[in-house]
Ligand binder design. Sequence first.
Ligand code: KMH
Ligand code: ZN
Length: 320
Amino acid sequence: MSVGKQRTIATIGFCLPVSGPSPTTHGPALCHYHAMSQSTGTIITVAPTGAEHAKSDVPNLPVTLDELVRTAQDCERVGAAMIHVHIRDDDAKPTLDLGRLKDTVGALREQTNLIVQLSTGGAVTDPESDRLRVLDAMPDSASCTMGTVNFGEDVFLNRWEFVVELHKGMIERGIVPEYEIFDLGQLSSLQRLLDKHGLPAGGHVHVDLVMGVPGGMPGDTETLVAALRLIPEGATFSATGIGRSTLPVMLASLSAGGHLRVGMEDTITYARGERVKDNAQLVARAAGLARIAQRPPLASVHVRELLGVKGEKGLADVAV
Ligand code: KMH
Ligand code: ZN
C-alpha cells in the first residue's frame, strides 16, 4: 500500500452473500468476506467499558474479568468481531496492571474468537510508561492515539515522540494498531507517521474516528466527510460517536463505506431518556443497521485477514 498519498473517496463496498456454510463461529447472517475482493461487510468493534464511567454511576458496566468475558461472548454472538479493552482493578477503578492485562488477553482469547485490542490510551491520568507497557501483554491489536486533545475538563496527552514509540513498539511485537483520531489534524499526523516510520505490523492501516468528545471534532456527517479526504489511501476506517452523536456518526460511517465501533465506553444512552441495557444491545443495533446498508457484520476470521492480524488468534507478521 502506498502511504504517500491520501485517499480522495471512501471505498464503498457491498458484501455479496455467498452460498455454502456460514462461518463456524457466527450465525448464518454474517458476511463471507474475501479480503482480496473489493466488496466488504462491516467490522463491528465493541468498546464495552472505557476508563471514564464509574461503576457506581453505571452498574451494568462490565468491570470484572468475568463480566468482561461474558460481555465479549454476548457481543460476538450478535456481530462484534473486535473488542477494544480497558480494564479495572478490584475497586472498579481503571488500571493498566500488566498481570491483569495479560490475564484479560488470555481469557478473551480462550473464550471468544474476537480480535483483542488493548487500549494504550488508558485514563487521562496514566503515565506514558504504563501506557507503553500495555504492549507487553501482547494483544492482537492496540490503540494508538495520534495526538493530544482536550478531553472534557482534562487533557488526553499524546506527544509526537510517544506516538512514534507506540508505533515502533507495535511493529517490533507484531501488534496491529488502530489509529485513534480525535481531531482532523491527527490524520495529518498519521500520514506523517507512516511517511517517516513506515507501515504498521500487518501492513494495513486501520483508523478509528472518535467523534464528539468535548474538545475534539464534532460527531456529525459534515466532519466525517471532511475526514475522508485525509484518511491515508488504502486504509480502512471505523467511526464512533460519543453520547448523543452515536447514531448520526454510525449512519454517516455506514453510508461512507466505514466500519463501526459501539459500546458503553462511548455511550450509556440507547435512546432519549433510555439507558443502555448492555453492550450487546448496542452491537445488535449496529449489526442491524449494517445489514440494512447491505454491508453485514464481518466475522472475526475475515477481519483478521482484512486488518493483517495473523492467524486465527495469533499476531501479525513482524515487519522487517
Ligand atoms: N480513555 C481515554 C482517555 C484509547 O482507548 O486508546 C482514551 C481512550 C483512547 O479511550
Ligand atoms: Zn478506549
